[in-house]
Design a protein around this ligand. Structure first.
Ligand SMILES: O=P(O)(O)OC[C@H]1O[C@H](O)[C@H](O)[C@@H](O)[C@@H]1O
Length: 528
């Protein structure tokens, strides 16, 4: 129990925000009309190669001030300090949540203590060493062939992070070692990859924090069988083709994974926060150890900002507050992620787990039921494709859907017309962000229809169809370039945002009892 816990709706700032939301708020047209004014400046942030433009959020300076009061009353940044000190903030599982230590283990006097940093450093060296040996050809298959294909087997946090990052950093990936991901136990999903591979040149990285997840274990058994069917039958023959990454090495050892090919992490690393640990091995293989360290450094740069920046200038905290404003006071139940770089294809899926598994909760930290809205439904993918599919609903449907537009400022694709491709993508991002915010009112629509030669009766019929209410709150998050460093910063940004929102709502972000229920039921049904 947390004796001092006060439910959010009883906090003074929350009540103030309710009052502000109950009065008519200026339309985004009005809020944006002033151009680059004080409000605009207070909603611009630049950190670690990321630039956030939140000026299209429907907040007045008064709302912003009340949101910051809420952060203060909720003790958000104090809770972040407790997290970094390694306190057991994951109370229902009685654990720390120290993924920040994975990217800050080089710190002098780390808040979590040197012992943790030493553990992290030692394991980091081990798994980066393995990545390097695979990349440079020192690591050979049983029959002496060089490894050309790495297959990641895992699900949830043991899949989405590295899968997202390998795709996002495609430009840095070694073309001689291809990395594949399989998460679905459907046999075809495995077969569709295996049928192209030569077992002598393939390594499977079986990733599972618990090493008991049924889907992953089913796939792992199948790849062992596949190796055996190709003449790699004994444990000794299979060892060079199997890597385990787990926080339960005693279980993987019992299944024949060699200790030297097993890389560990700890119970204080949540699955959805584990890409920074050895779960990032496929990424390290794809982009190399130096780039992987840059990814960690990007995450750490965001951590430093989060720990040190004043609340009003704190990028993750501000994103969290704006999200709470949209969710709880503007009553928006969902949140769209629209990325305008095709390499960010998996980012929305990654965020779905990060956000919804963390904050999809209805119980407060003191065990009392939640009476406010908590984590939104996070959805999305690539913005350009969305424009030609579901964006119609954003413009004229009945739901108000806040959007994070994600764009990359500089383009490095080695194609002669790459700059033109890039121009088209960014133009679309900017046009959608503006169109959703401003919409088009009836008067402007009527003028346009009249200019197009429509008569009164036709205009009367068409007016509502061609009018756009706008006022869709959205932010644009710009990466100066899509690099390991900026990607690391962006992942850490959203991690901290989710953390702040949990603190604002008073829920635990680091457990997932709902998921556990499904797992338990599956076991019971298997062995009634
Ligand atoms: O890494 P594993 O133990 O195999 O778990 C894989 C996944 O299992 C569950 O679905 C959890 O809710 C996820 O957070 C976790 O990432």
């Amino acid at each position: 129990m947390t004796p001092t816990f006060v439910p959010p709706q009883q906090r003074a700032a929350w009540v103030h925000l309710q009052q502000l939301a109950s009065q008519p708020l200026p339309h985004l047209r009005e809020l944006l009309a002033g151009g680059h004014n004080v409000r605009h400046a207070s909603l611009q942030f630049e950190v670690a190669g990321l630039r956030l433009d939140a000026s299209r959020q429907q907040v007045t300076p008064e709302v912003l001030a009340a949101l910051l009061d809420l952060a203060q009353e909720s003790g958000v940044l104090a809770q972040a300090q407790a997290q970094a000190r390694g306190e057991h903030i994951n109370r229902t599982e009685d654990r720390a949540a120290l993924h920040v230590a994975l990217r800050g283990s080089h710190m002098a006097q780390p808040p979590w203590g040197e012992h943790i940093s030493d553990l992290v450093q030692a394991e980091l060296e081990r798994f980066l060493g393995a990545a390097e040996r695979i990349r440079n050809g020192q690591w050979r298959g049983f029959r002496g062939r060089r490894i050309t294909n790495v297959v990641n087997i895992g699900i949830g946090g043991s899949d989405l992070g590295p899968r997202m990052a390998v795709q996002a950093l495609d430009a840095y990936c070694d073309p001689d070692v291809r990395v594949h991901f399989i998460s679905n136990p459907d046999a075809w999903s495995l077969h569709s990859i295996l049928r192209w591979l030569n077992p002598d040149q393939t390594i499977f990285v079986v990733q599972s924090k618990t090493f008991t997840t049924q889907e992953t274990m089913t796939l792992a058994a199948s790849v062992k069988r596949w190796l055996a069917d190709h003449g790699l039958v004994s444990e000794a023959q299979q060892v060079p083709h199997l890597i385990a990454v787990t926080a339960s090495p005693q279980i993987s050892a019992g299944q024949g994974y060699a200790a030297e090919n097993t890389f560990g992490f700890w119970d204080w690393v949540g699955g959805r926060y584990s890409v920074w640990s050895a779960i990032g091995l496929p990424l390290a293989i794809a982009i190399g150890p130096d780039r992987f360290r840059e990814f960690l450094a990007g995450g750490h740069a965001m951590d430093k900002h989060f720990w040190r920046a004043a609340p009003a200038r704190n990028m993750p905290l501000m994103m969290a507050l704006l999200g709470v404003w949209n969710r709880n006071f503007l009553s928006c139940p969902t949140h769209l992620i629209a990325a305008y770089a095709s390499r960010m294809f998996h980012f929305a899926r990654f965020l779905q787990q990060l956000d919804m598994e963390s904050n999809g909760k209805s119980t407060h930290v003191d065990g009392s039921p939640v009476e406010i809205d908590t984590g939104p439904i996070v959805w999305g993918g690539l913005g350009i494709e969305g424009q030609h599919a579901y964006f119609q609903l954003l413009h004229q449907g009945q739901h108000r859907v806040p959007v994070d537009f994600i764009g990359v400022e500089s383009e490095d694709t080695p194609l002669p017309l790459a700059a033109e491709h890039h121009r088209v993508a960014l133009l679309n991002l900017q046009a959608q962000a503006q169109a959703l915010a401003l919409g088009r009112d009836a008067a402007a629509t009527e003028t346009e229809l009249r200019a197009a030669g429509l008569g009164d009766a036709h205009i009367a019929e068409m007016l509502n169809h061609r009018t756009f209410r706008g006022n869709v709150p959205n932010s644009s998050l710009w990466l100066e370039a899509l690099t390991p460093h900026t990607l690391g910063a962006m992942v850490a940004l959203y991690e901290h945002k989710v953390f702040c929102q949990a603190a604002l709502w008073g829920v635990h972000a680091y457990d997932q009892w709902g998921v556990e229920l499904g797992k338990t039921m599956a076991k019971q049904m298997e062995n009634p």
